[in-house]
Design a protein around this ligand. Structure first.
Ligand code: ADP
Length: 179
């Protein structure tokens, strides 16, 4: 599914983030940037050891709600944005932290002249964020950012399983009506 959002394109697809040819891909990292399972494990496996070496050399972890940038190693994408989403707790703060994880990635794109990025569904795996709510927050954050940032031409959400894909598709359908 593809929507024109202001001067940009917002896509929701089912697939594997490690295979994307966008300039950057997002990662769902942990705050120690220590490597893990899920999408993080897949990105490090596909990208090779250069990504972890750069993380270790440049950063001492990353706070929840923020993100850091590295090169893409062996990936097609030139950059990886390692975002740290919240572990779902049911508190009001979860939504703000999830939104700011995505927003920081988008700000890093602007700073590094990156015009296309693919995101996984941050926090909805091991971190337990309910996908219906997380998908709304993720898409709304991107739409709000694109309003003032036409330099980002393409944002693609790449969802691994069909349940997550359908949740993002439904959320985008609803949000598109409000544009
Ligand atoms: P978190 O700890 O932030 O919840 P996870 O990696 O556990 O992160 O899960 C985040 C989402 O990434 C889940 O929906 C999971 O199915 C998905 N995922 C796992 N591998 C991939 C992949 N190769 N491409 C895209 N999404 C993936």
């Amino acid at each position: 599914m593809k929507e024109n959002v202001y001067q940009s394109v917002l896509e929701v697809v089912q697939g594997d983030i490690t295979q994307q040819d966008t300039e950057a891909i997002g990662n769902a990292a942990n705050s120690r940037l220590a490597g893990g399972g899920g999408v993080d494990g897949a990105i490090h496996r596909a990208g090779g050891p250069a990504i972890m070496a750069e993380l270790k050399a440049k950063y001492k972890g990353c706070p929840t709600g923020s993100a850091v940038i590295t090169g893409g190693g062996n990936l097609k994408a030139k950059y990886v944005l390692h975002a740290v989403g919240p572990i779902y707790s049911g508190s009001q703060k979860d939504a703000d932290l999830l939104s700011s994880a995505y927003r920081t990635c988008l700000e890093l794109c602007t700073q590094h002249n990156i015009s296309s990025i693919a995101f996984p569904s941050i926090s909805t795996g091991v971190y337990g964020y309910p996908v219906e709510e997380a998908s709304r927050i993720a898409l709304k954050t991107v739409i709000d950012y694109l309003k003032d940032h036409p330099e980002i031409k393409l944002v693609r959400f790449v969802l691994f399983d069909s349940k997550t894909f359908k949740a993002y598709e439904e959320a985008l359908k609803k949000l598109a009506k409000t544009l």
